[in-house]
Design a binder for this molecule. Structure first.
Ligand code: MLT
Length: 206
């Protein structure tokens, strides 16, 4: 087995078996790890290279991508710091593995750090699929996301993400120029079959 090169995040890397497909940056939810979304990534975009880091913040033993003060209340200084740290990791990993800019697939906390990266380091991602995202920054800097494709899939009965908060993620990114498709699914916080189908269809038409 080839050892994982020393980069700033513990991660998994799976090379592309179909180089025509976009590389994926897989960002897990609270309590997940670098293995969590590999299967989802394969279902959404078979043959894509996969780069899957583990969040460095640990809350009660659960890995995350940034600190929060309570559920849904974020330490925004940390969101900014961690989004930049993750962006730097992506740059280094792209050099190490010879990758194009990836499409992020983020779930929950992973979707929130992906949304923050779009707002703080827009050049890092070629696009993003945000599953159950919330607004990561109350006062984000002005950013140009012209033409950046973003799919947001929210759950109508999500007990963690209020519907108006999910809609706000879509409108903030759209206002910055991103090409946003936002769907409200008959689902809760967990990923459903419909998420996989919609994400696959969306990525196929990029
Ligand atoms: C967050 O903390 O990023 C959100 O509340 C979602 C989650 O529970 O991870």
């Amino acid at each position: 087995m080839t050892p994982t090169p020393e980069l700033s995040f513990i991660h998994r890397f799976k090379p592309a078996s179909n180089p025509g497909r976009p590389p994926l940056l897989l960002l897990h939810g609270t309590g997940g790890n670098e293995d969590d979304l590999l299967h989802l990534g394969r279902m959404v975009s078979p043959g894509s290279a996969q780069l899957s880091p583990r969040g460095k913040v640990v809350e009660d033993g659960m890995p995350r991508f940034f600190h929060r003060l309570s559920e849904g209340v974020f330490d925004e200084t940390d969101v900014r710091r961690r989004a930049n740290e993750l962006a730097d990791f992506v740059i280094d990993a792209r050099k190490t593995y010879g990758l194009a800019a990836p499409i992020a697939i983020g779930f929950s906390n992973g979707a929130n750090i992906a949304a923050a990266m779009l707002q703080l380091r827009p050049e890092i991602l070629a696009g993003a699929i945000l599953l159950r995202a919330m607004v990561p920054l109350q006062d984000p800097p002005a950013v140009d996301l012209s033409g950046k494709p973003v799919l947001i899939l929210s759950g109508a009965s999500d007990p963690i993400v209020p519907a108006d908060n999910a809609k706000r993620v879509a409108s903030v990114l759209r206002a910055a120029g991103a090409v946003v498709e936002h769907r409200m699914l008959p689902a809760g916080h967990g990923i459903s079959e419909a998420d996989v189908t919609l994400a696959r269809t969306w990525i196929d038409q990029l």
